[in-house]
Design a protein around this ligand. Structure first.
Ligand code: PMP
Ligand code: GLN
Length: 381
């Protein structure tokens, strides 16, 4: 049989490749973004309790009601933004499934979707599978700042969607209020839908502010926000997230979602809803992760790596141009095999593999792991 692949250029993701390499070589794994410390026992107990209390059959298609309410309350309190729990929020199997279904619901063959590179890896395959065309805006280390004239020049009558991600994986940068306003101006009076991937919304540092898209009225009216409880509550393996959007957009999303998963793991939804009643469970994340970032950066300040402190996410990019001119993928693999530390090379997320000589390290790790990692990094000359 001849298989005509719908994704001929897609291989195994860099996250799987680097995590496997780390395992093979018994290396510290700071590559794939997941914590190596446990999720809060209180949350685990609440999920068990929900299961013991019978939350074991299909959840309602849009999500368990207490969780929809908890999410709506969060947006009201934190951002003064209103999303109706019945019609404007849907619980999803991680942000990934939300992103896939948002793209599937709106992108038709030959539609164009603008993304900013380096870009998280799940956007482009979903665009391709729906026959769309990815239009890239390449950002550059170390600031990854956006030239809005360039973005404007890439908008055409075919532009159906713009995907943004702040705080930004992999660079650890965040968009300013003026970036969000520029996006608002650019999309005003157009038919463009915005997908705002905000899975790291609760991880911003040095008193910086996360400018959620929902705080810009005109943007909110044309947009989806996606979020991930895996990122927020240190349990990436649970694959629970959600998306918010105005009801007319959400109705289209749910047409796809209901045939894609229908609904997601019921006891986790109830457990997370109960856990979210204490807002400190997510509001203390920035100080928690800032301490980890600071520990890591203080310990590597004398190394040959150059860096600007991450402003958000739990990733830190390190520039290795003082060490070698090797390709970043080769260097990342060599570090894993010879120095026993795994990271993610950024070129794989760029247009034509643009290599800025930077690697991404995940600092969602125990202090012990971060200390070991920094000792290794300081030895690399
Ligand atoms: N978007 C970004 C930017 C991510 O880093 C990730 C990985 N957590 C996702 C989406 C997917 O999130 P989830 O694991 O909840 O599917
Ligand atoms: N979001 C995780 C990261 O950026 C990866 C998740 C995955 O492996 N798909 O590292």
């Amino acid at each position: 049989m001849t298989i005509h692949s719908k994704l001929p250029n897609v291989g195994t993701t860099i996250f799987t490749v680097m995590s496997q390499l780390a395992n093979t070589h018994n290396a510290l794994n700071l590559s794939q973004g997941f914590p190596n410390f446990p999720s809060d026992q209180t949350l685990i107990d609440l999920v068990s309790k929900a299961s013991n209390n019978g939350y074991n059959q299909y959840a309602p298609m849009p999500g368990q009601l207490d969780l929809l309410l908890a999410i709506a309350n969060k947006y009201q309190k934190l951002y003064n933004a209103s999303y109706h729990p019945d019609t404007e929020i849907t619980v999803t199997a991680g942000a990934t499934q939300a992103i896939y279904c948002i793209i599937s619901a709106f992108v038709k063959p030959d539609d164009e979707v603008i993304i900013f590179r380096p870009a998280y890896d799940c956007y482009e395959p979903a665009i391709n599978l729906n026959g769309g065309k990815t239009v890239s805006v390449q950002l550059s280390a170390p600031d990854y700042s956006v030239d809005w004239d360039e973005v404007q020049s890439k908008v055409s009558s075919k532009t159906r969607m713009i995907i943004i991600n702040t705080p930004h994986n992999p660079s650890g940068t965040i968009w300013s209020e003026s970036d969000m306003k520029a996006l608002e101006n650019l999309t005003n009076n157009t038919e463009i839908i915005v997908l705002s991937d905000e899975v790291y919304e609760h991880m911003v540092y040095d008193d910086a502010q996360h400018h959620s898209l929902c705080t810009f009225e005109n943007l909110k009216a044309r947009s989806f926000i996606t979020a991930s409880f895996g990122k927020t509550f240190h349990n990436t393996g649970w694959k629970i997230g959600y998306t918010c959007a105005p009801s007319n957009l959400m109705a289209e999303f749910r047409k796809v979602h209901q045939f894609n998963v229908f609904s997601v793991h019921h006891p986790s939804q109830k457990g997370i809803a109960d856990y979210m009643q204490d807002e400190q469970t997510y509001l203390n994340l920035s100080s928690f992760f800032q301490a980890k970032r600071d520990l890591f950066l203080n310990l590597i300040s004398d190394s040959k790596f150059k860096f600007k402190p991450s402003k958000g996410t739990y990733f830190q990019v390190l520039d290795f141009s003082n060490i070698t001119d090797e390709h970043d993928v080769d260097f990342a693999k060599r570090l894993t095999k010879d120095f026993k530390i795994a990271s993610i090379p950024l070129s794989v997320f760029n247009v034509d593999g643009k290599d800025d000589k930077v690697l991404r390290f995940c600092f969602a790790k125990t202090d012990e792991t971060l200390i070991k990692a920094s000792e290794i990094l300081c030895q690399i000359k």
